[in-house]
Design a binder for this molecule. Structure first.
Ligand SMILES: Cc1ncc(COP(=O)(O)O)c(C=O)c1O
Length: 489
């Protein structure tokens, strides 16, 4: 194994510590600093890597296989080769580097680990030390310590390609944003800009649905079907027509009444979320899609909640064969660990923006496609794919509904809405909701019982468990909500 081999196949993305005497890498910053100290004190690379490895065993023993210290790689600058030193009780004795060629892949559990061909993985932490020869430090910093601008962009490009590959319409293009509200406002501008570019600038009207929630920016607030969210801000975006949430004929009539040549886009959550959790009535989404197609209106699927598995498919649009012109998404793309959103534009829309004379679309956000967040999103999607979470969600939706169903008989409950997607609502009694303090009291009591929930617009308790919840978790969820309700009867 040579350094070249390492560099080609494996990028060190571990905390680095360096002094003018050398560079040390480990998955833990404290451990890396320990090795750097040895180099600074005149120790050689072997000593430094050993110090790193032992320090790691102290701070993260769970990574060190039975308390051993695993293996480490030492770059011998003078000889320009990497030496593997085996310390661990688990890793094979007399380890020959040639038997363990690195594949360039990573495992993505708690930390990234290099993978070894044929899965003959070497247990133990990685400590990597480069002694302080000028060429050693220079090479290491050049290879590992700097990033070019194009390298910085690479995670965003990779993520966009990845999301495009999941998209219901082939060859879709992806516009990264910083969250769901960004995605919605981007979609409103994208839709209007599209119509300008294709020579129909009079198409400016947006159609939304009762109960709709499309985020908190100005565009999204204007599109809200939850009146409480619209009120109190003075005039918002004009040109919004609201239709019933469950009637595709009413949508068609509203578009015709407005004048089909006036409507830019219809915004539609496949499963209404914050507005109360309302699953689409049988056939509704397909009929609404058809009305938009017949009348030339862009269909925007707001999949901020349903995107990335929660509706039992990568996109709810797949589940109901919607082939939207535009999809907005966020949350699930990183499983919420870091802020990121995306707008997926089908070729019909996207290509217009690249047509001759279209010019630059003057729209974008500082943090859109942030490299760290994009890398986290990719790691998240890797895990979701490996664990087949969208498929699991499809199975989970029924089990979630079964777990919550008995709550429907509770004195404080009007109905339980569940069974489509891993999302549900426990609707509090309409009569009892006339008591103003009821919903906050139930939420506080649920919290006492270990369950976090919130009241949706209709006075329903929102339930959105993680896609990996198990039977015990489902029982705990239902029992906790029951305990919260019991406390408030
Ligand atoms: C359907 C829908 N659209 C848009 C948004 C706004 O997303 P964000 O809160 O990330 O801005 C949300 C947030 O819950 C949502 O549920």
């Amino acid at each position: 194994m040579t350094l070249e081999h390492l560099v080609q196949n494996w990028t060190v993305r571990k905390p680095l510590a360096h002094s003018r005497h050398g560079v040390v890498a480990s998955q833990n910053r404290i451990a890396a600093a320990a090795g750097a100290k040895v180099l600074a004190g005149g120790g050689n690379a072997v000593d430094a890597a050993a110090a790193t490895s032992f320090a790691l065993a102290a701070v993260e023993p769970w990574n060190c296989g039975l308390g051993g210290v695993g293996f480490m790689l030492i770059y011998l600058a003078r000889e320009k080769r990497v030496q593997v030193v085996d310390f661990g009780p688990i890793s094979p004795r007399k380890l020959n580097p040639a038997d363990y060629p690195l594949t360039g892949g990573f495992t993505t559990d708690l930390f990234t680990w290099p993978t070894v061909k044929d899965d003959r993985n070497v247990h133990g932490p990685l400590a990597f030390a480069v002694p302080g020869h000028v060429d050693g430090i220079g090479l290491a910093l050049e290879r590992f310590g700097t990033r070019t601008f194009s390298e910085m962009l690479q995670p965003a490009i990779d993520l966009a390609e990845r999301v495009s590959a999941f998209a219901p319409v082939p060859d879709s293009r992806v516009f990264l944003t910083s969250g769901g509200s960004d995605s919605i406002d981007t979609a409103t501008k994208m839709a209007r800009r599209y119509w300008q570019l294709v020579g129909q600038p009079e198409r400016t009207v947006f159609v939304n649905r009762q109960h709709a929630y499309h985020g908190m920016h100005l565009g999204g607030t204007s599109l809200a079907g939850i009146q409480a969210n619209v009120a109190g801000h003075g005039p918002l975006v004009g040109d919004v027509v609201t239709v019933p949430w469950d009637d595709a004929d009413a949508l068609r009539r509203a578009i015709e009444r407005t004048g089909p040549g006036r409507v830019a886009a219809f915004f539609c959550e496949p499963i209404i979320g914050a507005g109360g959790v309302f699953a689409p009535p049988e056939g509704y989404l397909q009929a609404a899609r058809k009305a938009c197609r017949d009348l030339g209106v862009l269909f925007v699927a707001d999949e901020v909640i349903t995107g990335f598995g929660r509706a039992g498919a990568w996109f709810a649009s797949d589940r109901w064969d919607l082939e939207p012109d535009i999809i907005t998404c966020a949350k699930g793309i990183t499983s919420g660990y870091l802020p990121m959103g995306a707008v997926v534009a089908s070729p019909r829309v996207a290509e217009t923006f690249f047509s001759p004379g279209a010019g630059v679309w003057r729209h974008g956000y500082t943090y859109a496609g942030h490299a760290t967040v994009a890398a986290a999103a990719i790691a998240n999607l890797d895990i979701m794919e490996r664990e087949r979470l969208p498929g699991r969600a499809l199975d989970l939706e029924r089990r979630l509904a079964d777990a919550l169903a008995p709550l429907a008989n509770h004195a404080l409950v009007e109905e339980v809405r569940a069974g489509t997607g891993v999302i549900a609502a426990v609707q509090l009694s309409v009569e009892r909701l006339k008591e103003p303090g009821l919903a906050p009291a139930v939420i506080a009591a649920c919290r006492e019982a270990g369950i976090m929930t919130r009241a949706l617009a209709t006075g329903a308790l929102q339930v959105s468990p993680s896609l990996v919840i198990d039977e015990a978790g489902l029982s705990e969820l239902a029992e906790g909500i029951r305990a919260g309700l019991d406390a408030c009867v």
